[in-house]
Design a protein around this ligand. Structure first.
Ligand SMILES: Nc1ncnc2c1ncn2[C@@H]1O[C@H](COP(=O)(O)OP(=O)(O)OP(=O)(O)O)[C@@H](O)[C@H]1O
Ligand SMILES: [Mg+2]
Length: 411
């Protein structure tokens, strides 16, 4: 018997499935990783069910093959500009004679807070408690065990468009994987990269992926504000591909290897050979010019981030600054540019505190996937599994292969 916890990060550029195992000392070790290029998705939203299902199936199958385990249920990340957050309050009576508040009381209060009129095409993804009030005492984080008569909770209710949520759920479930919980991606990333001190003081995690930039603001250890913006690495790639007239794949490789967000850090005459359209299929690129293209987009991204901070009203309440994560946070000079522009502490956040016997997952690109595992772990959602019979693997592989067969009637 072992204890497993699984996660699927359905990103815009990659799908990453992880299988983690808890050892006897309660340490989590990743034993299965599946990473495949994303398909059928655009900016966090499924746009082609068959392609997205097949890609998710492939990532799950890879993770299962490395772990030699079956992924029965997983924590799944969700993002996209369809996500909305609204504030609400819930109040419950603890009793006329007063008594210690229990976990059930907090859940009842949250249930009350969820009692709001929502349009029929919205689904609640999370009810995030921000703070509690017991009688007249405000600003309580964990009221369990405290004495009182009346318990009030201030929550943030995160909703998503039902059609988008259902499509994602179907794509995962079609692969035989049940969903333990849908988790908003910035909240998952925060689990992997923020320290307790940062959360307590006030910090924002900004995950800049391929298609979206996800933002979550933490105050007094609770997430207070989340935003998903439709801008990311794809925009940088498109700028370079059009500006320097080269295929997308070459532009991405060039950015990763030679890109810089601060042109002044690149010698004016530095040149590299790169791919191109046309007969010769290669060209000499001036790195300063490449940096100028990237700088314009990076400045726009940081400006959009700042605008969201200001709109949230929490921009003055973040002494720990921002923690950048996601693939684009690795762009040379990006953190420095953000620091210069915002005048706040800025660091690049890498997933920490988790061991892997399969591959190195310390890159910021894995913040969401690792964070999903930690989200499950910290909420006690681990399940015991027996060794899978060999036939189950076979069935799973068959099911996955079926994704590539034409749907009857479409040919
Ligand atoms: N060193 C680098 N410099 C610049 N960009 C990079 C670098 N490494 C990765 N990227 C970019 O990061 C993006 C991928 O990041 P990530 O894996 O976090 O995205 P994702 O999770 O698939 O997408 P999303 O979170 O938006 O749904 C790609 O656009 C890639 O080009
Ligand atoms: Mg991502």
């Amino acid at each position: 018997m072992s204890e497993l916890i699984c996660a699927i990060d359905v990103g815009t550029t990659k799908i990453c499935a992880l299988i983690g195992e808890l050892d006897d000392d309660n340490n989590l070790r990743i034993i299965g990783v599946g990473r495949v290029p994303a398909a059928g998705l655009r900016r966090g939203v499924v746009i082609n069910t068959a392609e997205a299902t097949a890609a998710i199936g492939q990532a799950v199958a890879e993770a299962e093959a490395t772990a030699n385990q079956v992924m029965e249920a997983a924590f799944v990340g969700i993002a996209g500009s369809h996500i909305n957050a609204i504030g609400s309050k819930g109040v419950v009576a603890v009793g006329r004679n007063g008594r210690s508040i229990t976990r059930e009381d907090t859940l009842r209060a949250q249930e009350q807070a969820r009692n709001i009129a929502l349009p029929h095409n919205r689904d609640i993804i999370h009810t995030v408690p921000r703070s509690y009030t017991i009688d007249d005492q405000t600003g309580i984080h964990d009221p369990v065990g405290m004495f009182g008569y009346r318990l009030e909770v201030d929550v943030s209710i995160i909703t998503g468009a039902s059609s988008v949520v259902t499509s994602l759920v179907n794509c995962v479930q079609s692969n035989g994987v049940a969903i333990k919980d849908l988790v908003l991606e910035p909240l998952a990333s925060a689990e992997a990269v923020l320290t307790d001190d940062e959360r307590q003081l006030g910090v924002a995690v900004v995950d800049i992926g391929g298609g979206t930039t996800d933002l979550a603001i933490y105050l007094e250890s609770a997430p207070w504000h989340t935003v998903v913006m439709e801008i990311g690495g794809d925009h940088f790639i498109r700028d370079v591909a059009t500006g320097l007239r080269m295929p997308y794949g070459k532009a991405e490789a060039l950015i990763k290897q030679f890109g810089h967000a601060l042109p002044s850090r690149v010698p004016p005459d530095a040149e590299v050979r790169s791919g191109a359209f046309g007969e010769t299929a290669h060209q000499v690129v001036n790195r300063r010019i490449l940096a100028e293209i990237l700088n314009a987009r990076a400045a726009e991204v940081v400006e959009l981030i700042l605008r969201e901070f200001k709109r949230s009203g929490y921009d003055e309440l973040l002494p720990a600054g921002i923690v950048l994560t996601g693939g684009v946070s690795q762009l040379a000079g990006f953190a420095e540019l953000s620091r210069d522009y915002l005048h706040w502490p800025v660091r690049v956040g890498r997933p920490t505190g988790i061991a892997s016997s399969v591959m190195d997952l310390s890159s910021p690109e894995y913040a969401t996937a690792v964070g999903l595992l930690l989200w499950g772990l910290r909420r006690g959602a681990v399940h015991r599994v027996a060794e899978p019979p060999a036939s189950q693997f076979f069935e799973r592989v068959l099911r996955w292969l079926r994704n590539f067969l034409p749907v009857p009637g479409t040919l």
